[in-house]
Design a protein around this ligand. Structure first.
Ligand code: PMP
Length: 430
């Protein structure tokens, strides 16, 4: 069934560390051979062996309207025909910045970069430059890309591989990163009290998507807002995953809390390599060439990425009913998977915000890193493979969220629920 993928994986390992360009792809967390993809359309992925799968990863978020969505394909083709890069300003960059500003509350200025990692690294530098302080606070199990400052008790692949704190990060850098428990406002207060006047920024995934899906407790984000204001620290929302996914204005809009800086990734380029950070004018004015904080990029504002992003975001802006449909589909999936697991007496818990869904094979509620880490990783691996062979592609790690696309149909949702039923039945009998 996976012969070509197996051959490709062997070949890849000869030339690429672990055969992959990003660790979670290697399937180490779930075992077996990673599937090598050839193409995708809407919510269906096709692999090198000709197998097809209903996609619940969506390139880790950006495929909100499905793969190869025709307006995005056309926008990229048209842009490529005019040149793949200028390394100089284009009108497209203004258009996308303007559109993002219209959709997201409180963004006076936006700077385009090339990935979510870059966006978060840059936002931290800006916060440090603006406040003239060194320390940052992040949350255990949150992932903000692979910048040195963030690889301390990180989520996502770092958590999956049991290396939440990576070698190669200097002691000095690690000392400047303070970590708090997610959803624990007292822990945050403690860190601020112990580091009075030293904290430049607090960075958070307002809806954590890198330890499954973990929503903020009632009032938690507002609590952080109040503390940061009182302490003169910059509040950074990392909306690389939830931005434009949970609402047109992301978590800020959904929870009615305004950050000082916001970071975005992948989705603003409809899956092309892109990221952005932005926020209050006063803070963004420290960025070069207006201010002294240096941050640059040859390919930043790349015309292909800008064109793709414009095509996707303008549709979301025009047609917010997409969010209602996505919510409806994801709630349906959650409800029916719950029925399947309950019927087979499988211990489980779900967290869901809009079209982000976390499946945990442990007792709930899952509210932070510690409770998320209780999920049965081994069972998840078996469940993943049972679903895979029945044509359902889930995230290949127990610590990642599912991301639905609006291209998913009721028939595909039903297929997924049946696949889960058969898989669990099979696992029980083993
Ligand atoms: N922040 C969050 C919340 C993320 O989920 C990710 C990656 N999934 C990043 C930052 C880093 O983005 P990238 O992989 O584009 O560097």
């Amino acid at each position: 069934m996976y012969e070509k993928s197996e051959v490709l994986f062997k070949r890849a390992q000869q030339f690429i560390p672990g055969g992959v360009n990003s660790p979670v792809r290697a399937f180490k967390a779930v075992g077996g051979t990673p599937v090598f993809f050839e193409r995708a359309e809407g919510s269906v992925l096709y692999d090198a062996d000709g197998n097809s799968y209903i996609d619940y990863v969506g390139s880790w978020g950006p495929m909100l309207l499905g793969h190869a969505w025709p307006p995005v394909v056309k926008a990229v083709q048209d842009a490529a025909a005019r040149s793949t890069s200028f390394g100089a300003p284009t009108e497209l960059e203004i258009e996308l910045a303007e559109l993002i500003q219209q959709m997201v509350p409180g963004l006076d200025k936006v700077r385009m970069v090339n990935s979510g990692t870059e966006a978060c690294m840059s936002a931290i530098r800006v916060a440090r430059g603006y406040t003239e302080r060194d320390k940052i606070i992040k949350f255990e199990g949150n992932y903000h890309g692979h910048g040195d400052s963030f690889l301390i008790k990180a989520g996502s692949g770092a958590m999956t591989f049991g290396t939440p704190s990576s070698p190669g990060v200097t002691k000095g850098t690690a000392q400047d990163t303070l970590t708090a428990n997610f959803n624990d406002i007292e822990d945050v207060k403690r860190l601020f009290a112990e580091n009075k006047g030293q904290v430049a920024a607090l960075i958070i995934e307002p809806i954590a998507g890198n330890m499954g899906c973990v929503p903020p407790a009632d009032g938690f984000l507002q609590g952080l807002r109040d503390i940061c204001t009182a302490e003169g620290a910059i509040l950074i929302f990392d909306e690389v995953m939830c931005g434009f996914r949970v609402a047109p204005g992301g978590a800020q809009q959904l929870y009615g809390v305004q950050a000082d800086l916001v970071t975005f990734g992948k989705i603003i380029g409809a899956g092309l390599p892109v990221g952005a950070y932005g926020g209050k004018e006063e803070i963004m004015n420290v960025v070069s060439p207006v201010g002294p904080v240096y941050q640059a990029g040859t390919l930043s504002g790349n015309p292909l990425a800008m064109s793709a992003g414009l095509a996707l975001l303008s549709e979301l802006h025009k047609n917010p009913s997409v969010y209602e449909e996505l919510e409806h589909k994801t709630a349906h999936l959650e409800e029916w998977l719950h029925r399947v697991f309950k019927h087979h007496e499988i211990t489980h818990s779900f967290n869901r915000v809009g079209s982000m869904l976390g499946i945990f094979f442990c007792e709930g509620p899952v509210t932070d890193f510690e409770s998320c880490a209780k999920t049965d990783v081994e069972f998840f691996g078996k469940f993943f493979h049972g679903m895979l062979k029945r044509g359902v592609y889930l995230p290949p790690s127990a610590f990642e969220s599912l991301f639905l696309s609006n291209a998913i149909t009721q028939v595909q949702l039903d297929h997924t629920v049946n696949a889960a039923d058969e898989t669990v039945e099979e696992l029980i009998q083993q």
